[in-house]
Design a protein around this ligand. Structure first.
Ligand code: NDP
Length: 457
């Protein structure tokens, strides 16, 4: 290994890259990591963390309103966007420093700059050629905006975290994670918010009943325009007129396009090493995260398997152990829990009803929807839904879904149970915690069989 400057050169200081660096270094490897923008990547800087902080800010709006039903007399409510931004920025800087500290204390050299791959074992960064036995591409993804007349007027999730002022009228475009989260957040922060989605129910890919339910719940708090596509945007001195393909028009101050993300490989020099990419630009890897060039590996959003921070962390750890500890553990992609931090939250683990039916499983489906005890006094018109899918042959719970307060917090625990092979009988013999929403998961009695409907998603 001594012929090279480093044993591992990681390109991208996001969650996955830093985890891989730290583990590799702890296993005795000499590691460098290149980052051109900010340590911590999308998650820390323009993703999960600031988004969740904004989501907490937005929740206060509901809480203040709801408190009235409990006798609180709350007047003169307003938000200082500047305070929120300043405090958020302070926290992100703190996290950037923590990531730098993690690298320093683990003897990982952090190189600030853009790394360009020049060969199977070499990169150019800040005019310096550096060699490494292995290269690891962990460059993540980047927001993608479809092309139409006036699309240059939209912003993406990259810019939304540093808006100078809160817009009065906002259009969010898309129906995925980012769109529904930001529509929920900005509507609670007082913006007149419209969510425009090209499909007929939000959160494509989630369980069909959950999609219908959450579309309905979110629609109680903001305007949702379904089956809707933008034709063009006309900018009159920063007054944006959005013209839809239907002919409908909407005047807003800001358009946030949350129309998906693409793997970030531009300017990386992949052409110099012939690393294979799929049609959407994702770096192709085998089950060990090795690319078509044997000394080059890739993890995280740039391989476009499951674009979630905890998945990138797990992939980074597996690569480091594989390369420097001879570990042959493979990444498991089953039962990855996920939450969408819209209001109310959506969280899910395992199969949707549609997926179970497509796999030809004989299933029993249990659902319940109810008003949380809290809202009996708040008067808020918000319902919670839970759903579990049980394999009739094995009695195992193979899918679990929730729309409701803190769904993300709840579903994490149930994921452990499902990974341990929990059956419906295990759920049934579990004592509930009363009164909670979570106890509903262990008191479900009425089932129906699965519905094979090709329109379901
Ligand atoms: P998603 O893929 O979730 O959603 C993209 C949305 O854009 C979809 O509704 C899609 O519609 C729509 N869209 C795509 N192309 C067009 C087009 N040409 N015109 C109009 N609409 C279009 O991407 P996001 O950007 O929201 O999030 C990216 C990923 O980041 C997520 O998949 C998730 O893995 C991760 N993420 C996770 C979060 C979390 O864990 N809480 C939070 C945020 C992001 P359609 O559905 O019809 O294809």
């Amino acid at each position: 290994m001594t012929d090279f400057d480093y044993d591992l050169f990681v390109i991208g200081g996001g969650s996955g890259g830093i985890r891989a660096s730290r583990i590799a270094s702890s296993l005795g490897a000499r590691v460098a990591i290149a980052e051109s923008r900010y340590l911590g990547g999308t998650c820390v800087n323009v993703g999960c963390i600031p988004k969740k902080l904004f989501s907490y800010a937005a929740h206060y709006s509901d809480d203040f309103e709801d408190a009235r039903g409990y006798g609180w007399n709350i007047t003169d409510l307003n938000i200082s966007w500047q305070t929120l931004l300043e405090n958020k920025n302070k926290e992100i800087s703190r996290l950037n420093n923590i990531y730098k500290g993690i690298c320093d204390s683990n003897n990982v050299s952090v190189l600030t700059g853009t790394a360009y791959i020049t060969g199977p074992n070499s990169v150019l960064i800040n005019d310096e050629q550096i060699t490494a036995k292995y290269l690891l591409i962990a460059t993540g993804g980047w927001p993608w905006v479809p092309e139409y007349e006036g699309c240059e007027n939209v912003i993406t999730s990259n810019e939304v975290f540093s808006l100078e002022t809160l817009p009065k009228r906002l259009l969010v475009v898309g129906g995925g994670y980012i769109a529904v989260e930001f529509a929920s957040i900005f509507s609670r922060l007082g913006c007149e918010t419209t969510l425009s989605y090209r499909g007929d129910a939000l959160l494509n890919g989630f369980d069909h009943e959950i999609r219908q339910f959450v579309t309905n719940e979110i629609g109680k708090e903001l305007t949702i325009s379904l089956n809707s596509n933008i034709s063009k945007i006309v900018n009159n001195n920063n007054d944006l007129r959005v013209i839809f393909q239907s002919g409908a028009e909407l005047d807003v101050d800001l358009v946030v396009s949350a129309t998906g993300r693409k793997p970030l490989t531009l300017g990386l020099g992949l052409e110099n090493v012939g690393v294979e990419q799929s049609e959407n630009g994702a770096v192709k890897v085998n089950s060990s995260f090795q690319t078509s060039e044997p000394s080059i590996y890739a993890i995280g959003d740039v391989i476009d398997r499951v674009a979630l921070t905890p998945v990138a962390l797990a992939e980074g750890q597996i690569v480091a152990r594989h390369l420097f500890d001879g570990d042959t553990v493979r990444m498991g992609y089953e039962n990855i829990p996920t939450a969408v931090f819209c209001h109310p939250n959506v969280a899910t683990v395992g199969l949707t009803e549609q997926q179970a039916m497509l796999e030809g499983l004989n299933i029993r489906v249990f659902t319940s929807s109810f008003k949380e005890l809290r809202h009996t006094l708040t008067g808020r018109d918000q319902l919670t839904m839970i759903k579990i899918i049980v394999d009739s042959e094995t009695d195992k719970v193979i899918g679990l879904h929730m729309v409701g307060s803190d769904a993300g917090e709840l579903v994490q625990g149930f994921t452990v149970a499902m990974n341990a092979g929990a059956t419906k009988a295990d759920f049934d013999r579990t004592i509930g915690i009363h009164p909670t929403s979570a106890e509903e998961f262990v008191t479900l009695r009425q089932s129906r069989s699965g519905i094979a409907n090709s329109d379901m998603n």
